[in-house]
Design a protein around this ligand. Structure first.
Ligand SMILES: *[C@@H]1O[C@H](CO)[C@@H](O)[C@H](O)[C@H]1NC(C)=O
Ligand SMILES: *[C@@H]1O[C@H](CO)[C@@H](O)[C@H](O)[C@H]1NC(C)=O
Ligand SMILES: *[C@@H]1O[C@H](CO)[C@@H](O)[C@H](O)[C@H]1NC(C)=O
Length: 417
C-alpha cells in the first residue's frame, strides 16, 4: 500500500519536474536584435531558445528579462562618456559596453586589457576652480522718476562686489529695486476731435454745366478733450472743417438764346415788291435741362422793291350786250316769226406788260328768235307762271311787317323749235 502510494507520488513528481529538468526552457522570440541599443523588436512568440536562434539575427528574452542576441558573442560600441563626477576641479567619468550574443567576448588568453573590459574610467576636469558666492555692496542712489509728469517708477542698483564672487559665483538676491514715484507735475492734455457735425447746405442749388459743382461743409471741434493750457497740450492734428462736392444736385436749367441772324435771302419776286427773308437759330445756347425755349420768331422778313412792273395776263372783261337777232340771208325782218336768227356778243381782253393773251373766243354766237314788239305789231305770245319762289324776309312795308314771294311769267313757245 505504502509502495503504491510512493510510486504514484513519484510518478507525479516526475511528471511535475519533467519540463523543469529539460534544457528546452521557453523564451520570448523577436525578429530583430538592435546592436546599438541592445533592445529586441518585433515579438514573434514563445519558443525554445534553440528554435528562436535558428535565425542568426533574431533576439530573445529569457526569464531574466534581458534582451539577448542570437549572434556569436561580440562587443557592442562604447557608450558616450558619463558627465564628470564633479562640476569643478578634478573628478572621474566612465563609459561602458556590452557583450552581445551567445558565448564569451573576452579572450582569456589575451594580454591586451582593453580587449577584455566592459567599463573604462578616466580623470576629468570641467573647470579649474569652484564658484564662490559674493556679497552685496551698499545700495546706490534712487534714480530720477521715470515719468516727467504724474506718477512713474524709480529704481536703485547695488553691485555684487563686497566681496566679488569667484569662479562664476553670484550674489544671493536682486541687484535692482523699484518703487512708485510722484512727480507732482500735472501732465498736459492733448486735444482730441469731437465727432463731425452734419453736412451744411450746398453753395448752390444746381450743378452748372462745365464748372465745379457746388460744395458743402461740415465741421468738428477740438473739444474732446480740449488741449490743456497750463501745461500746454498739443492741438488736434488736421483740419477743423472739410468740404465735399454736391454731386447729387440736378443740372442747372439752361435757357435758350437766339444766335445771330443769317444773311438775307434773294427777293421773293422779280417784279413789283416782295419779301426778303432771314432766319436765326435758338442755339446760343440751345435750351437744356428743362430751360426755357427762345422767345420770338426764328425768321423775319423785309420788303424788297424791283422797280419793275409785273406782266398782266389777259383777263376777259364782261361780255357785251347781245346784238340784234336777225337772219343775214333773209332780207325781211323776223320779229315775232317762227324763223330762227342768230345774234352775237363781244368781250374785251385786258392785258399789259407782256402778259399772256386771254384764252377762249372774243365773240359768242347763238341762235335766237326775235320776240320784240314792232311798231305795227305787238308780239303777243302765250305765257305761263313759274312755281312760287321762296318767301323773303319780313320787312316793314306800308306800315306793317310783310314778306314777299315771287313768280315769273315766261313765254311758252311750243311751236318754236
Ligand atoms: C512567454 O514567456 C515569458 C517569459 O519567458 C512569459 O513571461 C510569458 O508569459 C510567456 N507568454 C506566453 C504567451 O506563454
Ligand atoms: C557698481 O560698479 C560700477 C563699476 O565699478 C560703478 O560704476 C557703479 O557706480 C557701481 N554702482 C553702485 C551702485 O555702487
Ligand atoms: C499718483 O500716486 C498718488 C500716490 O500713490 C495717488 O494718490 C495718485 O492718484 C496717483 N496719480 C495718478 C494720476 O495715478
Amino acid at each position: 500500500m505504502v509502495y503504491k502510494m510512493l510510486l504514484v507520488f513519484c510518478l507525479l513528481c516526475i511528471l511535475f519536474l519533467l519540463p523543469e529538468a529539460t534544457d528546452s526552457q521557453l523564451v520570448s522570440c523577436y525578429y530583430e536584435f538592435d546592436r546599438h541599443t541592445g533592445s529586441c523588436h518585433g515579438l514573434i512568440g514563445n519558443v525554445t531558445q534553440d528554435e528562436c536562434c535558428l535565425s542568426y539575427y533574431y533576439g530573445f528574452r529569457d526569464e531574466s528579462g534581458e534582451c539577448k542576441s542570437c549572434r556569436k558573442a561580440s562587443w557592442s560600441a562604447w557608450s558616450p562618456w558619463s558627465p564628470c563626477s564633479v562640476s569643478c576641479l578634478k573628478g572621474v567619468k566612465q563609459r561602458r559596453r556590452r557583450c552581445d550574443g551567445i558565448g564569451e567576448c573576452q579572450d582569456p588568453k589575451s594580454k591586451d586589457k582593453a580587449k577584455t573590459q566592459t567599463q573604462q574610467i578616466t580623470v576629468c576636469e570641467d573647470q579649474d576652480c569652484c564658484p564662490e558666492q559674493g556679497g552685496w555692496a551698499e545700495w546706490g542712489e534712487w534714480q530720477p522718476c521715470s515719468a516727467t509728469c504724474e506718477n512713474g517708477t524709480t529704481v536703485r542698483h547695488r553691485n555684487c562686489s563686497n566681496p566679488a564672487p569667484i569662479c562664476g559665483g553670484l550674489c544671493d538676491g536682486q541687484s535692482l529695486e523699484a518703487k512708485p514715484c510722484e512727480t507732482k507735475v500735472v501732465c498736459p492734455t492733448h486735444g482730441g476731435w469731437s465727432e463731425w457735425g452734419p453736412w451744411g447746405p450746398c453753395s448752390g442749388t444746381c450743378r452748372k454745366e462745365g464748372s465745379v459743382p457746388p460744395s458743402q461743409q461740415r465741421r468738428r471741434s477740438c473739444t474732446n478733450p480740449p488741449p490743456s493750457s497750463d501745461p500746454a497740450g498739443r492741438p488736434c492734428p488736421g483740419d477743423e472743417s472739410e468740404s465735399q462736392d454736391c454731386d447729387f444736385l440736378v443740372m442747372c436749367a439752361i435757357d435758350g438764346n437766339w444766335g445771330r441772324w443769317g444773311p438775307l435771302s434773294e427777293c421773293s419776286v422779280t417784279c413789283g415788291v416782295g419779301q426778303e427773308f432771314r432766319s436765326r437759330s435758338c442755339d446760343s445756347p440751345a435750351p437744356k435741362y428743362g430751360g426755357r425755349p427762345c422767345v420770338g420768331d426764328s425768321s423775319a422778313s423785309e420788303v424788297c422793291k424791283t422797280h419793275k412792273p409785273c406782266p398782266v395776263h389777259g383777263e376777259w372783261e364782261e361780255w357785251g350786250e347781245w346784238g340784234p337777232c336777225d337772219k343775214t340771208t333773209y332780207s325781211k325782218p323776223i320779229s315775232c316769226t317762227k324763223k330762227t336768227g342768230s345774234q352775237s356778243r363781244r368781250r374785251v381782253c385786258f392785258r399789259d406788260f407782256d402778259g399772256a393773251p386771254c384764252e377762249g373766243s372774243i365773240v359768242d354766237h347763238r341762235h335766237c328768235y326775235d320776240l320784240t314788239d314792232t311798231k305795227d305789231r305787238p308780239c303777243k305770245k302765250p305765257g305761263q307762271y313759274t312755281e312760287w319762289g321762296e318767301w323773303g324776309f319780313c320787312e316793314p312795308r306800308q306800315g306793317a311787317l310783310k314778306r314777299i314771294r315771287e313768280r315769273v311769267c315766261v313765254h311758252t313757245l311750243p311751236e318754236f323749235e
